[in-house]
Design a protein around this ligand. Sequence first.
Ligand code: HGY
Ligand code: MN
Ligand code: MN
Length: 399
Amino acid sequence: MSGYDAAALLAQIADIGTDPRRGGYTRHVFDAAERTLREWFVASAEGLGLTVHVDRNANLWAWWGEPGNDAVVTGSHLDSVPGGGAHDGPLGVVSALAAVDRLQREGFAPTRPVAVVVFAEEEGSRFGMACLGSRLLTGAISAQRAGGLRDEHGTLFADAARAASFPDFGVDREALGRIGVFVELHVEQGKGLIDLGAPVAVGSTILEHGRWRIEVRGRGDHAGTTALADRRDPMLPAAAAVIAARRAALARHDARATIGRIHPVPGGTNVIASRVSAWLDVRAGSAADTRAIVDEVIAEVAEAARREGCEATVIEESYSGEVRFDPMLRDRLARRLGDAPILPTGAGHDAGILAAHVPTAMLFVRNPSGISHAPEEGADDDAVSAGVDALVATIRELA
Ligand code: HGY
Ligand code: MN
Ligand code: MN
């Protein structure tokens, strides 16, 4: 391969973790596909002469030169949502490798350590906590709370991590202390760049966002022999949550609320469920709006549960405050990139977690569909190469 071309690197992993049932990709932390992606990343980074370390939280760090402090770090994640697209995460990783390759070929000699990082479980699709690897690194989540997270089969994160040789996960001040600045390149998960007719933008903010699990208990019974008056059907409060989420978000400027995952037990066509789990994702421009939306959904679920003789509980699983990326760094990169546009996002990222600890920036690359978390997600080739050019210029500027 003539050097590390981002599109060619993406093509190398195009068959890893494909999901024939959902379409797109399903790659969750420590599953077979993600382990193969880890091996691919280590081999690709070592092919560039980088030295790869894996930290106590299963995050991968590929160092250009000796690991050191005040490093310029770039990268993203390789895990996906169920049935996700090819670019959410991997585009940031392949673009980082391609940028380092280009800089090496151009004889660039960084005056600061440079590293490419791959964070573990950014989507939180297996254990429910978004950005688990970067939250553990920074101490945003305790080892104790992380260890108690369970996947849909009931497996504890502590057990899965130990089985994957990460028994001692937890805050890693030494690894965090080496980061001088972090820049994450990511496919845009929206239509901003289409409307602007530009290939690359610099990130400004991330919406406040959280996830809640709604548990409703009723009484399982026969769909044909149970009179309506005798039912305690937990699907009714779950359905109330779906409608309430949309109504409450509509009432607030630019807010979003989604229930994309409902799991009835036992889940038979001719069976009244005995219990239902539903997950609520809320994003808004302020903590007040986010909390107000969740409170409205909780109230509607409680009322529907009372009417149907069910019990309902709502548990907060993950929460991230609004993120404002470092304005000086944001504007410095926008200038360096020829007055690239500056865009907000509603999507969470590891950069959002690191922003509380080190100067952090994001670069977004145009997605012709604007769709993400779905197989239709994409990034056209000229935008991908513009993204690598932007990352090369960014690393030159910072390192
Ligand atoms: O859910 C998000 O916003 C991100 O894709 N993890
Ligand atoms: Mn995502
Ligand atoms: Mn992502």
